[in-house]
Design a protein around this ligand. Structure first.
Ligand code: GCW
Length: 683
């Protein structure tokens, strides 16, 4: 039965019309070099081509047919004459080239890269061309990743649970051990490489007791085996570490980053790790955040902490990825002067310029925590002399937990396209994190994974699109949502036009729909505390977490202006700062994030805030119903197993959307006493 295990690497048999030409090109592969990564490329090509064309290609050292695939790095002598010098020189480290070379003596399609990694990416791209039915004539595709780091963070714990995981248990750990059956890890590596991802941290940033030991001689051999699997797909392995390790596993009295014994301990630890894993990526660190240990305990700051680790790793080429999700999580709700949104900027901007070159700050996209709508974190515009990594959340903690359809690529496009104005116009987040604006050596994207051991990886089958889209965007932030979506649908469901258009539309509309029936106008939260699923307007209103909406009988929203509020708007550069500061220019969708307004305040849309709340919630539920209808219209066009699975998720979504609608509308009707203009049922 088809439960979606193959994800977008299904390689379903192709239609008759395409078979003949493709077979002509693909029945012979010329590959003479050896390396584990080229081995992987070869295996992928054989598997994909055999599956799509129904015939296994032969791999040879010399061509015996007039048409063939040539696979190899630019170093391969045979490439002389096939690729000109200028093109060769223009290819960057992980870049690749797919080129049709027509010669009277024999024509080939060249899949090549500067490194074997590039060749692997070329192989996956080539398979995508076949699966989506593209012409192979005159191909000349040159690709270079925009970001040096294209990373995945697993929030997996060694007991097999996954923090904020909605697709089963960990594929990495079971019963406090690293799994021995590594088939799924390998298939995961394939999925990652197929979209160009090149780095992974395999344990939760909240590093508990057992996971603290991942860097001990007892567990490192097992970690090394996992690193071996990823290495074959060009993926570098990282570990999240516990800042208090010197105490917890090192027997020291302190973890003070300036203590010579602590420094020495980490330096020794680093060399031990690299003895086991020579190409180890480095450490991912959550410190002084949500009760995790960190430098603050010793009166040191984040630069002291990060640089100490960076010094230990430097000799081995390792990186420290230091998270900026640092805020006061023991706030008093009565205290109106503390604003959690300010925290990352307030903590890290003053340290700009102090971090070592092999430290990268990992910054969540928004100032709060992965809500369906947030402004972009002002820290991206603030830092100038520091490497930056954008942190996104693929796992749908606040966006329906993979029970609701919420395709995040459009949200991510908005984030990376946001103009910080840090160095004049077009200082987008994409350009900042890639390092080009401030000339930084490292940078890129990181994201929290949404996969687990459910057969289809992501719980909701359509949530695979979020993982896929993340990888494609990390490679090239310029790709449009539409392009990425179309590719994913074709790879996953085939090239039928109706299927492609229907599913694409569903995906592209889904985030707005989810936003419509959940929390309005950028205010966020309003979820059940702890697990964060389902509506609870006051769930966090009187808590210590700093996530308030301040709704009363007259109005709602957080005043984050400089003139009368928390001053958060002042963390942006002039242009975005002024835009958010003024009620006249603040965009509707973020209004309540920046301003506290009466329910009768008129939006740019012409509606009052209260009427907008009612309308969007009624509309959101209708739209969720339409999602279900759209899917239902595909009966017979999508195999039964996948069809039924998605349909049942969408039915659940509609039921739960109604719950959201009625709780939110009722709450605001009772608070404000203002009736719905259209007299619909509010309880
Ligand atoms: O969003 C919050 C989550 C925590 C998470 C934390 C973080 C890993 O609710 O589960 O912990 O963010 O990003 O560190």
């Amino acid at each position: 039965s088809d439960e979606g295990y193959e994800a977008w690497l299904r390689f379903d048999p192709l239609a008759k019309s395409e078979l003949e030409v493709y077979t002509d090109w693909c029945s012979e592969i010329i590959l003479s070099e050896q390396s584990v990564i080229l081995q992987a490329a070869r295996a992928e090509l054989i598997r994909g081509i055999a599956s799509m064309l129904g015939r296994k290609p032969m791999v040879k050292a010399k061509p015996s047919k007039p048409r063939y695939l040539f696979v190899g790095t630019l170093d391969c002598a045979e490439l002389e004459g096939l690729i000109d010098k200028k093109t060769r020189e223009s290819l960057q480290e992980e870049g690749y080239l797919i080129k049709t070379v027509e010669n009277p003596e024999g024509s080939c399609i060249v899949l090549t890269g500067q490194t074997d990694k590039g060749v692997l990416y070329a192989a996956f791209h080539f398979l995508r061309l076949l699966q989506t039915g593209q012409s192979l004539n005159g191909l000349s595709i040159k690709e270079t990743p925009r970001n040096r780091l294209r990373m995945i963070n697993q929030w997996d714990n060694m007991d097999g649970s996954i923090e904020r995981g909605y697709a089963g248990k960990s594929i990495f750990y079971k019963n406090n051990k690293i799994v021995t059956n590594v088939k799924r890890i390998q298939d995961y590596a394939r999925m990652m490489a197929s979209v160009g991802l090149n780095a992974i941290a395999i344990n939760n940033v909240n590093v508990h007791d057992v996971e603290t030991k991942l860097i001990t001689s007892e567990l490192l051999p097992y970690v090394a085996r996992v690193a071996d699997i990823f290495r074959a797909y060009g993926i570098t392995l990282y570990l999240s570490i516990n800042f208090a390790s010197p105490i917890q596993i090192g027997g020291l009295q302190t973890a003070d980053p300036l203590d010579p014994l602590v420094k020495q301990w980490w330096a020794d630890k680093a060399s031990e790790v690299y003895r086991h894993i020579p190409d180890f990526g480095g450490f991912l660190v959550k410190a002084d955040s949500e009760y995790r240990p960190g430098p603050f305990t010793y009166g040191r700051d984040h630069a002291d902490g990060a640089n100490m680790l960076a010094d230990a790793l430097e000799a081995f080429g390792g990186l420290v990825i230091w998270r900026c999700f640092v805020y006061n999580c023991q706030q008093d709700w009565r205290d109106r002067s503390t604003d959690r949104a300010r925290a990352a900027y307030d903590h890290f901007c003053p340290l700009d310029g102090r971090f070592c070159d092999n430290v990268i700050l990992q910054i969540k996209n928004g100032p709060m925590d992965f809500q369906v709508r947030e402004p972009v974190s002002p820290l991206f515009g603030g830092l100038r002399h520091t490497n930056q990594l954008l942190e996104l959340q693929i796992t749908q903690e606040y966006t329906g937990q993979q029970r609701h359809l919420c395709y995040l690529v459009p949200q991510w496009k908005e984030i990376i396209g946001f103009d910080t104005h840090a160095s004049g116009e077009d200082s987008t987040v994409a350009r900042i994190v890639e390092g080009s604006i401030h000339g930084r050596p490292y940078g890129g994207f990181a994201a929290v994974s949404n996969i687990g051991d459910d057969t289809n990886w992501t719980g909701h089958l359509l949530a695979q699109a979020n993982f896929y889209g993340y990888g494609r965007l990390a490679w090239n932030p310029e790709l449009s949502s539409e392009q990425i979506t179309e590719d994913w649908v074709r790879l996953t469901f085939g090239n039928d036009k109706t299927v492609m258009e229907t599913i694409s539309r569903m995906l592209l509309d889904s985030r707005t729909i989810y936003e419509n029936y959940t929390s309005p106008l950028g205010i966020g939260w309003m979820v059940n505390p702890g697990h964060h699923y389902g509506p609870n307007v006051d769930g966090y209103e009187y808590s210590k977490w700093g996530t308030y909406h301040f709704a009363d009988l007259l109005g709602i929203g957080v005043d984050r202006t400089e003139s009368t509020g928390t001053g958060y708007t002042g963390q942006y550069h002039d242009i975005p700062s002024a835009r958010y500061e003024s009620l006249h220019t603040c965009p509707d969708e973020l209004l309540l994030f920046f301003h506290h307004v009466p329910y009768t305040h008129k939006l740019h849309s012409g509606k009052t805030v209260i009427q907008h709340i009612y309308d969007s919630h009624f509309e959101g539920v209708e739209q969720a119903g339409e999602l279900m209808q759209s899917w239902a219209s595909l009966k017979g066009k999508v195999d039964d197993t996948r069809f039924t699975h998605v349909l049942s998720r969408l039915e659940e979504q509609v039921r739960h959307a109604k719950e959201w609608r009625d709780m939110i509308n009722t709450y605001f009707y009772r608070k404000s006493g203002i009736p719905d203009e259209r007299n619909r049922t509010i309880y």
